[in-house]
Design a binder for this molecule. Structure first.
Ligand SMILES: [Zn+2]
Ligand SMILES: [Zn+2]
Length: 348
């Protein structure tokens, strides 16, 4: 009999299908794998979509894909990592390695891809095993807790840096003030853009942090004169770039209205369902639409160098920490929408 450990699983459809389960401690199955003791695992918008059956998952599966930890065991073929090393891992853990998408490094697009926390077992658990090729060392100046945010940072880097084109002095609108919005804000500022952040009446506290990060102005979009104010804050033609980080239909509509003609719309948020938008307005303004699906190895290289160079403050984005046993409270803290990242701390 091995040791039993706890993990938060999506077992079947519906909220009642989410449960903390006891199971055998996972063992290394392949010689290229490492076993990681999970230190912190962030709850992501995607996890909320998985819980509510708005994002596909291979049930039963342990959820959680934004994590950090230390290596406790390494397979015989693992050369680059040592026991005790602090690491993070990209989400596209299983890919074919042969298709056109794998060959150019866009692993998320591989038809055989299985992602951590939805396609294969994830990190809302005490231990996780991952292929060592997916694993990255954490820069020395970054704590394990902060490192749990490297996955969302890599996703935002994918959209804003690898796919988007933000230039110095661009007028950038960020719609959505959650963790993703705040990462987009920090990357845009690193790109020397003038950034305006919009949210709703519940975001007052978050606006303060946005200002501290260097937002030029923050605005509640529900105010009656919000659009007029935003027009005054953009170029005379509108915003050069609008970044949709809320995953709401109305947020996308606002971005579309406020962008200048030939502006760039960067879609980072996931809507979780089909939405409506004015496609003729898209066409008549010749909007360039840019997006990104999660992150690739190149996105992680960018994210980790931003962290290493202290270009992003991840610490201020950690709002709540819960034990795995208190997962329901943790999920409620995400629903509350007041803070930024909620972390599950499996071994505490
Ligand atoms: Zn995520
Ligand atoms: Zn492939």
């Amino acid at each position: 009999m091995g040791v039993t450990v706890k993990a938060l699983m999506k077992i079947k459809k519906g909220y009642s299908g989410v449960a903390l389960e006891e199971m055998q401690e996972p063992e290394i199955e392949f010689e290229d794998q490492v076993k990681i003791k999970v230190h912190a695992a962030g709850i992501c918008g995607t996890d909320m979509h998985i819980i509510h059956d708005e994002y596909p998952s291979s049930m039963p599966v342990i959820m959680g894909h934004e994590f950090s930890g230390t290596i406790v065991e390494a397979g015989a073929n693992v050369e680059n990592f040592k026991i005790g090393e602090r690491v993070v891992s990209l989400t596209a853990a299983v890919t074919c390695g042969k298709c056109i998408y794998c060959k150019k490094g866009t692993l998320m697009l591989c038809n055989s891809r299985k992602s951590i926390g939805s396609g294969v077992n994830g990190a809302f658990a005490e231990y996780i095993t991952v292929p060592s090729k997916a694993v990255y060392k954490i820069p020395e100046n970054i704590s394990l807790e902060e490192a749990a945010l490297s996955e969302p940072l890599a996703c935002v880097a994918r959209c804003l840096i690898e796919r988007g084109n933000i230039k110095p002095d661009d007028h950038v609108l960020i719609s959505g003030v959650g963790t993703i919005g705040m990462l987009a804000l920090q990357i845009s500022i690193a790109k020397e853009a003038k950034v305006i952040v919009v949210g709703t009446s519940r975001d007052q506290e978050r606006f303060k942090i946005a200002k501290e990060f260097g937002a030029y102005e923050t605005l509640n979009i529900e105010e009656p004169d919000a659009f007029e104010k935003l027009q005054n804050l953009s170029t005379p033609y509108g915003f050069d770039v609008a970044i949709e980080c809320a995953g709401h239909e109305s947020s996308l509509g606002n971005c579309l209205k406020l962008l200048k003609k030939q502006g760039e719309l960067i879609q980072v948020g996931l809507f979780g369902k089909p939405i409506q938008f004015d496609s003729d307005l898209f066409l008549m303004k010749e909007i360039k639409y840019v997006n990104g699906f999660a992150s690739n190895p190149t996105s992680w290289d960018i994210a980790l160098s931003l962290m290493k160079e202290n270009k992003v403050d991840l610490k201020s984005l950690i709002s709540y920490k819960y034990k795995l046993e208190d997962w329901e409270e943790a999920i409620n803290s995400v629903k509350d929408g007041k803070g930024f990242k909620t972390l599950l701390m499996p071994k505490h």
